[in-house]
Design a binder for this molecule. Structure first.
Ligand code: SF4
Length: 341
């Protein structure tokens, strides 16, 4: 198992010192033991650091690694008593809303998200007053009290499908302005939908601008992998020069799998680059490596601390809960998203 972990970790990081890896191994052993003891699972997002993204079967700690949609689905399928969420707060909230009988632990309560923080439930109510009868689609990167005011949720993977499922020509899409603008371009060619947008942005993806342009100029044969949350002007100015894709995290993974190209430029969170290197070691990924400070608050040590807190007074510090009536109201748009996906 130890050898499997070292092999995977090395392929994801492009090499790490043996001394550093040796420091990780005792933490991993302890986490695995505590998971067994407490019947806990670890759900880990692709933006986590590599040591948190390696699955248990590969010698790591994660039971499931995925994007927001994959993690939401995994949360509905587990029989565990505890879900430890290696991700950010809105994700842990979503897991709890789907499993209120389980205990959901987030290793650092400060792991937020600039998109989720950009809009409140009160602000959604005001948008609805201005646009009566127009359905509201909430990107999953929102807090429960915001979701509670919306008709349906979506992730970057199913946003197009969800939007097309509504008959209404006008749709309110919150909170990501850039993702909304990128979707609007796609809709122009495929549907008659008109999106009313909010002004939120992802503080990571909004930084993919001239850095991507320079990389495309320096690497004209590399294919571009841009996330929906990247500014529309970046997509417009680069995707007409280099081959590539703008889409969700899973679109990016699928694209790389099918492409015969050996070289890619990544316009998404830095550790998705590690995920890609681990999955496709024969390909090369060039990235400006911009990290999400919220995601990086989660570490192996904090994950271990969260597991150690189970059945002690400090469990409270890690436990994510959503109270009624928000819980029941936020469940409706999340469940509708899962049904439509
Ligand atoms: S990468 Fe962006 S959208 Fe994702 S958690 Fe960080 S701030 Fe939020």
């Amino acid at each position: 198992m130890k050898e499997n972990f070292i092999k995977k970790y090395t392929s994801m990081t492009g090499g790490a010192s043996a001394a550093y890896i040796e420091k990780l191994l005792p933490l991993i052993d302890e986490i695995r033991e505590l998971k067994k003891k407490h019947n806990a699972v670890i759900l880990s997002h692709y933006y986590m650091t590599p040591e948190l993204q390696i699955e248990e079967k590969e010698g790591g700690i994660a039971d499931f690694v995925g994007d927001s949609l994959g993690l939401s689905v995994a949360a509905t399928k587990t029989n565990a008593d505890y879900i430890v969420f290696c991700g950010v707060k809105f994700m842990a909230e979503t897991a709890y809303i789907l499993n209120p009988s389980k205990t959901v632990l987030l290793p650092d309560d400060n792991a937020g998200c600039s998109l989720a923080e950009s809009i409140t439930g009160e602000e959604v109510r005001k948008i609805k007053e201005k646009n009566p009868g127009v359905p509201v689609i909430a990107y999953i990167n929102t807090y429960a009290e915001t979701k509670a005011e919306c008709d349906v949720c979506c992730t970057s993977r199913n946003a197009v499908k969800i939007a097309k499922s509504f008959e209404s020509k006008n749709l309110i899409f919150i909170p990501d302005k850039f993702m909304g603008q990128n979707l609007a371009v796609k809709f122009k060619t495929e549907t008659d939908k008109n999106l009313i947008l909010w002004s939120g942005t992802c503080e990571v993806h909004e930084q993919f601008r001239t850095n991507i342009e320079s990389l495309t100029m320096a690497n004209p044969n590399a294919e571009l992998l841009l996330h929906w949350e990247v500014p529309q002007e970046t997509v417009e100015s680069t995707l007409n020069k280099n081959k590539g894709i703008v889409g969700s995290t899973s679109d990016i993974l699928n694209y790389v799998e099918k492409s015969s190209s050996k070289e890619f430029i990544l316009g998404s969170e830095c550790d998705l680059g590690a995920t890609l290197k681990g999955m496709f070691p024969e390909k090369q990924f060039i990235t400006p490596c911009i990290m999400c400070r919220h995601m990086k608050l989660i570490s192996l040590q904090k994950t271990l601390d969260a597991l150690k807190s189970i059945n002690t007074p400090s469990q409270q510090k890690y436990q994510i809960q959503v109270d009624e009536p928000i819980l029941s109201k936020a469940y409706i748009p999340i469940k509708l998203m899962l049904d439509l996906s």
